[in-house]
Design a protein around this ligand. Sequence first.
Ligand code: ADP
Length: 632
Amino acid sequence: MSETLEFQAEARQLLQLMVHSIYSNKDVFLRELISNASDALDKLRIASLVDKDLDADTTDLHIALETDRSARTLSVRDNGIGMSREDVVGLIGTIARSGTAELLRKLKETQDGTGSPELIGQFGVGFYATFMVADKVTLTTRRAGESTGTRWESAGEGTYTIEEVEGLPPGTTVTVHLKPEDAEDKLFDYTAEWKIREIVKRYSDFISWPIRLTTERVGEDEAVVSEIQTLNSMKALWARPRAEVDEAEYVEFYKHISHDWAEPLETVHMRAEGTFEYEALLFLPTHAPFDLHMRDGRRGVQLYVKRVFIMDDCEALMPHYLRFVKGVVDAHDLSLNISREILQQDRQIQSVRRKLVKKILTTVRDLMTAAPEKYTTFWTEFGRAVKEGLLEDPDNRELILDLVSAASTHDADAPTTLRAYVERMKDGQKDIYYMTGDSRSMIENSPHMEAFRSKGFEVLILTDPIDEVWVDQVMQYDGKPLQSIAKGQVDLDAGAEKSEAEKQEEETQREHFGPLLGWLGETLADQVKEVRLSARLTTSPACIVGDTMDMTPTLEKMYRAMGQEVPHVKRILEINPEHPLVLRLQAAQAAGKDETEVAELLYGTALLAEGGELADPARFARLLADRLATTL
Ligand code: ADP
């Protein structure tokens, strides 16, 4: 009873891309199949430890490769965990990861629409890679503990057939029916022993289960003898001294554990001896996975105990903000059936985690000087995630701040580090100035920037949503307070001694504008909590600022978007005592005229200038039009 089913739309599109892929290195399909088989063996071993009643034979876990030259097939067989019928439909016929649609859209945007290999690789198409070399793929599988098996077959074009079968061995066999058009090309002869041997050696040597190849040769008496050979050395890469590992071996290992097809950006190999022995082999990827900022994104440090795989995504070893770090930690003194919960509590694991985090962060810091272009790649890809660490990991705050790069008014093209900012600070400048907002242009053109620009103070331009949050928590860097230019009072002349004449002038100004400030404060009482004279404006008549401890409007919006109730924060209106509009308004108010509408307009323009939203745009437009009409 065979059924024909359709691939889910996203899966179908991804398959299409794979079938027509121009990916030059087709050999990797075998790496992917072996990788899956190896994972399936790990899973069965763990399952049999956890579930003593599971009827599974784990005495000879291995991967077997078989070729049939005349039928032009290659099979990869494992006696691992296997899949149920639902597993096959769900795992092979569907792609359930959020963000797939987005990824496909990006793939289609690449010039020729065939998809860039890096993007495909980032996604980790795994099993589908077989369709680069196959015109048909058959998969038979039986899940550990179940008696009925499943046979799945597809030509990679929209549909597959699936049926129940009895009498299958436990585990999974994938049979690749090689494309006839590659038959003449020796390079693509995946039935040749040398070819298979070469691929396994190059990509899968470190796999910890034996990868066996059955070959046949004609013996002396003309009889066909079959031989079984193990192709991989099974040596754990992380356990070997660094000097003895080739760069290429690290790269292939990285690809195996990360499902990434690109090379890693940086490799960290460390070993600790003493009371708690462990080895760690960690990698910084070159690209952020497309789902880095999604809830169900994959992450990646695996835990081994004495060479034996224990678990994926070991969150006890790596904090969330470093979720993109891939690799393996092999701890020697843990029990083989340790649980996630116990790991989280384990003091030694906590200490390992602290060391790993330090090592990753200092590795990045070293890149800043040793390989600036690598650092730039790193920060562009992972900076947003790393900044989460400013909130999550107060112990390493200074170290993380050392890594932060941000746009700045100093250079329109290149971001700056905080360190470089501090080195450029002017004599007498005490604070590190920044402004947060939705976009660079909005911040650069906001009225808050005026005095800073005219006096030549550098301002950091922070536009990541996470920036709104960390700047509130991180009070200072290198002993210098972080100060928003849109919050609190600014006094850019602080430090400079004021002359008597200047003090006198300020006093007069305060007296002169006192009644106007009072009247504006009453008139706009629903909108602002205070009206005061500004020291930050040169050309605009007014701007709106927050109190030092207040939430910014963007942050307020973010909380609302996340469904959190936050009180609306009233801010402060600052007016420019030198602007003609303010001067005339002062005169009119002193003469007893009712200029309520002008007050509203003044507030409205200040709000618009910072990119804010008017509560009643229609009213604002009407008031403005009426005023303009009277001036013409
Ligand atoms: P990936 O390996 O990147 O998750 P694949 O498309 O290669 O993606 O495989 C999808 C899923 O199918 C795997 O995560 C695994 O759960 C299951 N799978 C694939 N191959 C096997 C196998 N040989 N044995 C058991 N499960 C498998």
